[in-house]
Design a protein around this ligand. Structure first.
Ligand SMILES: Nc1ncnc2c1ncn2[C@@H]1O[C@H](COP(=O)(O)OP(=O)(O)OP(=O)(O)O)[C@@H](O)[C@H]1O
Ligand SMILES: [Mg+2]
Length: 288
């Protein structure tokens, strides 16, 4: 019987257009460099190596994702990059300077909603600006502009409790971007959203990233989301958390949902499945 499995291109094949994007990115300056990062946790006499010798660089205006199975150290990594946790070995540099704590040069968006419920949407976005000493009028003007960028001008005077999950995350993105961070760090920001809202938030984030001069490091365990959004994907393995491969995404930009069924998209997704779930993942069904 004829095998009806799709013949996919190699995820390592790049069209000239994709190759050009990769070369343009490689020529850009490094914004963040992660060097031989390690993090051990000792709890109740048991040592967990959450991260071991993790090294990679993020270039200006790059969209890079980190993917891997649950417990492989993704949140630990992003918390260290944000300066909310510290490494037991190795280092993180932002624009060449060692990261030694949190700072306005890194914007964070988490899965859990983190808006202040007692402040309006606009005041939530103004909060960090006023902390930096920006005068009220100027902070209000900037917040209004950023709410326009995320498509929430009409919600400026609402309270977070009056917003949907997707809208709350758009406010969180506006709040993070208003500080003009060197890098936006996102830890499964769409993980709590339903599938449809998640799709529209992905498209929305891509539009914002195309319009704004910002570098993004995005954590997800959704393979399609990683391929759809990213220039490169850092794949982590578990126990200890370590890099197993870094993939240049061979899908052209601008991205659109129509590409989900393109050969290069499917080949990249298949490679991620193999790396995360093991090489037998595609054979099991056929042997049965
Ligand atoms: N504060 C801590 N104390 C002890 N162990 C910890 C601590 N934080 C994380 N760990 C351990 O480090 C490992 C990595 O955890 P982490 O939360 O970074 O994984 P993750 O990849 O983000 O997982 P998920 O996909 O479920 O969010 C896990 O084994 C976890 O139990
Ligand atoms: Mg996590």
């Amino acid at each position: 019987m004829k095998d009806d499995t799709l013949e996919l291109p190699s995820y390592l094949d790049h069209t000239p257009e994709v190759q050009e994007r990769i070369e343009t990115l490689q020529a850009r300056p490094v914004v963040m460099s992660v060097e031989a990062l390690g993090r051990d946790f000792d709890a109740n006499g048991v040592r967990t190596t959450a991260l071991s010798r993790v090294s990679f660089e993020v270039r200006k205006r790059e969209f890079i994702s980190v993917i891997g199975p649950s417990g492989c150290g993704k949140s630990t990594l992003i918390r260290i990059l944000a300066g909310l946790d510290y490494p037991t070995s190795g280092s993180v540099r932002l624009d060449g300077r060692a990261v030694q704590g949190p700072g306005a040069d890194r914007g964070m968006v988490f899965q859990a909603y983190t808006l202040f419920p007692w402040l309006t949407v606009k005041k939530n976005v103004m909060f960090g600006l006023k902390m930096k000493g920006i005068a009220n009028g100027k902070a209000e003007q900037m917040a209004t502009e950023w709410l326009g960028v995320v498509g929430l001008s009409d919600a400026a005077d609402k309270y977070p409790g009056q917003l949907s999950g997707g809208m709350k995350q758009r406010v969180a993105i506006a709040r993070a971007l208003a500080n003009e961070p060197r890098i936006l760090l996102m830890d499964e920001p769409f993980g709590a959203l339903d599938a449809q809202t998640r799709c529209s938030m992905q498209a929305h984030l891509l539009r914002i990233w195309e319009a704004v001069d910002v570098t993004v490091l995005f954590i997800t365990h959704d393979l399609e989301e990683a391929v759809y959004l990213s220039d490169r994907i850092v794949v982590l393995g578990a126990n200890p958390g370590r890099i197993v491969e870094i993939i240049d995404v061979p899908v052209a930009r601008p991205r659109s949902p129509a590409q989900f069924l393109s050969g290069h998209f499917l080949a990249t997704k298949q490679r991620l499945e193999e790396l995360i779930h093991g090489p037998d993942v595609f054979r099991r069904g056929r042997a049965a």
